[in-house]
Design a protein. Structure first.
Length: 131
């Protein structure tokens, strides 16, 4: 019983202490420097983008037409399969590797599949998968 009476007496005379005020976080020069760096980086990115846009627009129309003519699709006349030597010859006679890749990717198949056989591309194109 004595301990309960002591506890009650202590609680009656308890006076809480006011907490100290929180310290305000001040901006340091480090944060200001980072903000300046971000600002300068954004300005540089905008400047580079503007220069690139102006450079693209300054390409003469004749050069654009020649680039378009080089990338137009041509019918595949050969019925031979593509070999490494044939691919090398195509790359050597083309203005860029990208044009060769585009030509090969978008050409219709030259050789028809023989009777009783199926093209792997046709089979994969018909496959229905549910995700």
């Amino acid at each position: 019983m004595k301990s309960n009476d002591e506890l009650e007496n202590y609680l009656k005379h308890f006076k809480p202490v006011a907490p100290d005020p929180l310290l305000a976080i001040e901006r340091t020069p480090f944060i200001d420097r980072n903000l300046r760096l971000v600002g300068w980086s954004a300005a540089a990115a905008i400047l580079v983008g503007a220069v690139m846009m102006l450079r693209v627009r300054s390409i003469p129309p004749e050069q654009v037409q020649s680039q378009r003519a080089a990338t137009q699709l041509q019918p595949l006349t050969e019925s031979r399969p593509l070999t490494i030597a044939g691919a090398n010859a195509m790359v050597a006679g083309s203005p860029s590797v990208q044009t060769v890749i585009n030509d090969l990717a978008f050409r219709a198949p030259a050789a028809k599949v023989s009777k009783g056989m199926q093209s792997a591309l046709d089979v994969l194109g018909k496959e229905k998968t549910k995700l």
